[in-house]
Design a protein around this ligand. Sequence first.
Ligand code: NAD
Length: 259
Amino acid sequence: MTELLAGRSALVVGVANKRSISWAIADALRQHGARVALTYQGERVERDVRKLAETLGDDTPVLPLDVTDGDQIAAATSEAAETLGGLDILVHGVAFAPAEDLAGRFADTSRDGWSTALDISAYSLVELARHAEPLMNEGGNGSIMTLSYLGGVRATPGYNVMGPAKAALESSVRYLAWDLGEAAIRVNAISAGPVRTLAARGISGFSTMADSIAERAPLRRGIEATDVAGAAVFLASDLSRGVTGTTLYVDAGYHAMGL
Ligand code: NAD
């Protein structure tokens, strides 16, 4: 394995269990030589995240972080940078919408459901990036990435309020790319095809949608979290030094199809 990321430090936000896309990314970043810190949202997942963290190395920092709390965002980013000796890579793999807004008609989305989904799934990237910016190692080469879905640019029945949340997220990537580009920090999104995770289970009709996408994608298959992790290593590394403000599709080509 080449050490593409030797000497780099990464904070990965969004690991809940071994199926989390962010876990596949954390594992791949580590395999390519990066030091990694993980966060967990609440005691419910703390034990699982700590167990996973141990497999990355005994000294892997594991920090509490609920992204609705600005103080926790400030604490997690600065603690990660302090423990790892700097920060070069930030992975944002966080999304949430109330269950009642992930079924039925999008038109019935409540004001609260809208605010919650956009706050947790999109605004959290803006606040995390703002705190990460001054911590990213001098000399640039910082890389921030988030996880999106095609439902942000095409109507996907059942995805509902997460669609506008992903549209806001991808737009925020472009604005952050401009602001942070001055400090040579790159900001990108990976738009992943369907992966069977905890978050995916909350979307009504997910399995049927995933099966039909796998049939119609140019590669005639679905994707695995490890496919996303490969793209994440690329975006974290200097191989992508000229890439910022973009959404990279890792969906076996499905987005390119007209039917
Ligand atoms: P997951 O359930 O494993 O990860 C979602 C994470 O968001 C969890 O770790 C959860 O703890 C975290 N989270 C939710 N609310 C939070 C809060 N208030 N504070 C901190 N963390 C919070 O599921 P996943 O599928 O790996 O999702 C990761 C990202 O990938 C999400 O942005 C999701 O929209 C995106 N994505 C998933 C798929 C898919 O099919 N699974 C496809 C494209 C994009």
